[in-house]
Design a protein around this ligand. Structure first.
Ligand code: UD1
Length: 387
């Protein structure tokens, strides 16, 4: 691009974060926009979907995210309440700040809510991590993904299969650009700052010696409503985990939803073991260090499936489907569903043979955010010239 300064007639890119998995995606984007020539002006809006120290503040510090320009402070609620509240509070922000576009990441309720507001005001929307599909409409995130992609103007994808999904939904190929994975930009730039697992355990009041067993340790996270919201599902999963903990110790970072349900259903005894370390939600650098040092990760998180692939650490995904098939096809991920035998077999296989290490997918190279900055700057300027 020939310009050396950003056109004054183009307003800021309003960048939206709401929930924990958004933060590691937005941090490299903001940095790439600031260092792009010319710098792309941004405004960071936090919807407040996640708000407490563990789910929010620690990650902002770890990822060196700037303080949001605006916090809508919507907090928790049902899907309808949360989505509606974000929309109601975001509308005046768009009216006041005349953005050149609104940039959303991922698939949380804040992603869809802000997309709807902007599109209906004629403000273009840019979706980062577009086109991922689990084909499971019982997942709230799947609804958010399908609807956001359908109405967003510019779609950036993390893996090539996403384009096929988008084309199947009638989305024009010109709207889509394959840029790679911004979450892996964050991982690569923070790898050297990751906290040693021993330090994380000591600081949480646990004896780090537990990590030194012959089989090392496994990291566990569970938070999907389909896994943790019903007693009939959560109990058998915790029973399997207790059995797995006899093979190798578990470091289980408990999401607030999961912790609350374990208490509500009276399942605390199942995880009360010397071989299960229960931690609160971890900071980014703690989690990175824990994963990097682990023998394996057991999870239902989307982000962890990608991060373990980037780290080459075997991952067993406790879900029936994944919207991130490349982590299975090329990476270190294996889908084990909620089936007890499949989970135990998966663990045994890793303990016996080391498990899948995989390879690094195309464009998961630490430069995805720069590709977005270059493409978006050109797109916004061309769009302005043609209007
Ligand atoms: C949301 C996202 C999910 C993402 C997850 C990561 C949607 C539909 N879901 O799910 O895609 O994987 O974030 O965590 O957007 N809570 C706290 N502190 C907080 C925030 C929430 O304790 O800072 C508790 C509240 O009790 C709340 C519950 O966690 O009711 C769930 O929070 P919510 O934002 O509704 O959904 P998540 O399960 O976190």
């Amino acid at each position: 691009m020939s310009q050396t300064t950003w056109p004054s007639s183009l307003g800021p890119v309003i960048c939206i974060v709401g929930a924990r998995p958004n933060f590691m995606k937005m941090a490299p984007i903001l940095r790439a926009f600031a260092t792009h020539q010319p710098a792309i002006p941004t405004m960071l809006v936090h919807t407040g979907q996640h708000y407490d120290r563990d789910m929010n503040d620690r990650l902002f510090v770890d990822l060196r995210l700037p303080h949001p320009d605006i916090n809508l402070e919507v907090g928790s609620g049902t899907h309808a309440v949360q989505t509606a509240e974000v929309m109601r509070r975001f509308e005046p922000v768009v009216d006041t700040h005349n953005p050149s576009c609104v940039l959303v990441v991922g698939d949380v309720n804040s992603t869809l809510a802000c997309t709807l507001v902007a599109v209906k005001k004629g403000v273009p929307v840019v979706h980062v991590e577009a086109g991922l599909r689990s084909y499971d409409r019982a997942m709230p995130e799947e609804i958010n993904r399908v609807l956001t992609d359908q109405i967003a103007d510019r779609l950036y994808t993390t893996e090539r299969s996403a384009l096929d999904n988008l084309l199947r939904e009638g989305i024009a190929e010109e709207r889509v650009s394959f840029v790679g994975n911004v979450m892996i930009d964050s991982l690569l730039s923070n790898r050297e700052f990751a906290h040693a697992p021993e330090r994380t355990l000591s600081e949480a009041g646990f004896d780090p010696a537990i990590l030194k067993g012959v089989n090392s340790y496994a990291v566990v996270t569970l938070h999907r409503p389909s896994n943790v919201d019903q007693l009939e599902t959560l109990r058998p999963l915790l029973e399997v985990l207790r059995d797995v903990s006899e093979k190798l110790p578990l470091v289980f970072a408990l999401h607030p939803r999961t912790r609350a349900n374990i208490e509500r259903f009276g399942l605390g005894d199942l995880v009360a073991s010397r071989r299960i370390v229960l931690l609160p939600p971890q900071g980014y650098l703690e989690m990175l260090g824990l994963m990097a040092g682990a023998r394996m990760v057991l999870t239902d998180s989307g982000g962890l499936q990608e991060e373990t692939t980037a780290l080459g650490v075997p991952c067993l995904t406790i879900r029936e489907n994944t919207e991130r098939p490349i982590t299975v096809e090329q990476g270190s991920n294996t889908m084990v569903g909620r089936n007890r035998a499949a989970i135990i077999d998966g663990v045994d296989e890793i303990l016996a043979g080391g498990g899948k290490r995989g390879r690094i997918p195309e464009y998961w190279d630490g430069h995805a955010a720069e590709r977005i900055a270059a493409d978006l700057a050109q797109w916004l300027i061309e769009r302005q010239h043609s209007s």
